[in-house]
Design a protein around this ligand. Structure first.
Ligand code: COI
Length: 354
């Protein structure tokens, strides 16, 4: 399929790179592609970034049949434009599609669409340290029909946003509230899928945590309220007595690309990494025994975000004196070094946009 390109005649003034924040600014163009039963995916096009007109009866507005992804493009010091393990995101995209009854996308074509769009908006990739171009592909159900049924038509869209740090704290440790009332997901649900409903269901707890002065919530499993699932918009890691532990993938947490990369990087550094069930009791006991060394969240948006404090039922656990730990820092430096093309990529993760 050929992607048609219509360029804007009114390019926007680019935002100050020092005031980007996260997800507030959008580039000049977007990618669109339609789906219907007769034609499948068709009419791929890059057009000026603009509002989308849809029937108020569209399935996505009522029953949230939609999926999204998050990835980034990085500008290397020698001027190359890099993606980080994009096929992992595209693979996950199709896993989400499968769970949400959304038609599969062609992985190679999707990568081509992402690359073509970035090439058109190349001068939006920030060059300053730590800044990148966030890529947000998403698919929405567009049938104007109020019955609860998979849509017969869809719109695939990709938008781009120049970003700085996801959290105002940047790489400084964030405070986390361990949520004991609400749950995010249960096995058999949509926890492993990247779909808006999971995030809608998280907002009440997030709001509660923010009112109490915390940046994010840590989710416990939906059945026992005991095992750690993930943190807000990130996967989570705990370094306890030299063992780096992250919850295993059982269908209720997001299989993060950054999570997988951290596991591989840590193992390559000789760290013992375990993917297993980890109860909040074990974390509290480790903290009391002086064995909770570090904790951090991982995600595309936040990269690696150290956790400096956990609130467990009102009890405050301070981790590594509220400072970033040595392993978290090393993983952050190595991961971002590879992503921005500053250090040798021994894993073959970087993909150049050429
Ligand atoms: C990401 O890390 O890319 C995410 O999608 C998390 C969040 C912004 C929803």
């Amino acid at each position: 399929m050929n992607i048609t390109i219509t360029r804007t005649t009114t390019p926007k003034v680019k935002p100050d790179q020092n005031k980007l924040g996260f997800g507030k600014h959008f580039t000049d163009h977007m990618f669109l592609m339609d789906y219907n039963k007769e034609q499948g995916w068709h009419d791929p096009r890059i057009v000026p970034f603009a509002d989308i007109s849809l029937s108020p009866a569209c399935a996505v507005f009522h029953y949230a049949q939609e999926m999204f992804e998050g990835m980034k493009a990085y500008k290397s010091p020698d001027g190359r434009n890099l993606l980080f393990r994009p096929m992992k995101n595209i693979e996950r995209m199709n896993n989400t599609n499968e769970r949400l009854c959304i038609p599969q996308v062609d992985p190679e074509f999707t990568l081509k669409a992402i690359k073509e769009l970035i090439k058109v908006d190349e001068d939006w990739i920030p060059v300053d340290d730590g800044k990148s171009l966030y890529i947000r592909p998403f698919i929405i159900a567009t049938d104007p029909f109020l019955g609860v049924h998979p849509s017969a038509s869809y719109l695939f869209c990709i938008i781009l946003s120049p970003v700085g740090a996801y959290y105002a704290e940047g790489i400084n440790p964030v405070k986390i509230y361990v949520e004991d009332e609400y749950v995010r997901a249960v096995k058999g649900g949509t926890g492993f899928a990247k779909t808006g409903g999971n995030y809608a269901a998280s907002l009440r707890a997030q709001e509660k945590a923010e009112k109490l002065g915390y940046t994010q919530v840590l989710w416990l499993d939906g059945i026992h309220h005991e095992y750690i699932d993930e943190v807000g918009a990130m996967n989570v890691f705990f370094l306890i007595d030299g063992e780096l532990i992250t919850p295993q993938l059982e269908g209720n947490i997001l299989p993060g690309v950054t999570r997988d990369s951290v596991i591989n990087l840590a193992r390559s550094m000789g760290v013992k990494v375990s993917e297993r069930r980890l109860s909040i009791k074990e974390v509290v006991a480790a903290a009391e025994a002086g064995k909770l060394e570090e904790a951090f969240g991982s995600g595309t948006a936040a990269v690696i975000s150290p956790m400096g404090e956990l609130n467990v039922e009102g009890k405050k656990i301070i981790i590594n004196e509220g400072k970033i730990g040595a392993l978290s820092q090393k993983l952050y430096d190595t991961l971002t070094g590879i992503q921005w093309g500053k250090i040798k990529d021994e894993f073959g993760w970087s993909v150049e946009i050429d």
